[in-house]
Design a protein around this ligand. Sequence first.
Ligand code: NDP
Length: 296
Amino acid sequence: MTAHIIDGKEIAAGLSQSVAAAVKRVTMAHGIEPGLAVVLVGDNPASEIYVRSKTAKTAAVNMRSLFYKLPATASEAELLDLIERLNQDPSVHGILVQLPLPPQIDQRKVIEAIAPLKDVDGFHPLTAGLLSTGLPGIVPCTPLACIMLAKKVHGSLAGLEAVVIGRSNIVGKPLAQLLLMENATVTIAHSKTQDLPDVSRRGDIVFAAVGQPEMVRGDWVKQGATVIDVGINRVQTGDGKSRIVGDVAYDEVAEVAGAITPVPGGVGPMTIACLMLNTLKAACAQNELPAPEVTA
Ligand code: NDP
């Protein structure tokens, strides 16, 4: 069997187009131009790439893109001061601080300083609390992207066995909450899980969000299962070059899975499209407008 490849780029392009049209409608009807402020601290090359693609995509969907760069030596107080100014600025509807931050800055304090209504990444504890109690609020971008991709394959996720490998606050945990809301039966695995391959083989859908290159092997996956690979790992290729691989051994797993996301070109582009969607939703919520109608 060779798996169907879930084309995250194409699905993200469809979602972005729908978001761009909805932004135009909101701007024309209400004079509101949704604005996303992206903050980068320091010169981490991977972060620079992520930030560039986020700001380019913001402009491409007709939203206002603001970019703030602080030096690697910036103090926590400087960053908190910038966030407070962005919190108070009514033309800024979403604030994203690119992680990781330099060691002198407490990441938790920074996340908690972002006004929850502008927390388009969905990392604030209040946002996490709303999600875990099933109340409406912003849904973190990567877990939302994973759900949208899985639903492209399955339509409904109700009753399916979903295995989430990884329990971080930004991917694994919120993804598990969303799967519960979709009525899947959810198993969350992590570094202390016993016999992980066996646990993984339970999944009708397996989500890998681990940060370990190609950890999920072909014999970890049930025949015909859907595999969503969140991982982004840079590995050396031996000729002095490097390439990006996921948490899934793609070639092996594609032989047994029914559907699989590639890396790159799977969850990554969809995450950015979901960030645009979240910014538009945040702009609507801040202006007491109904949630926009958008399709993926
Ligand atoms: P974290 O490092 O925060 O969490 C990793 C999780 O994986 C932890 O829960 C950890 O378990 C678990 N884990 C680590 N090693 C193993 C192992 N050997 N066996 C089983 N479980 C293990 O990572 P993130 O959640 O932030 O990110 C995960 C991956 O997703 C990374 O590659 C990251 O780059 C990528 N990512 C991609 C995004 C995208 O847009 N495509 C967005 C965000 C992240 P424990 O809790 O027990 O330590």
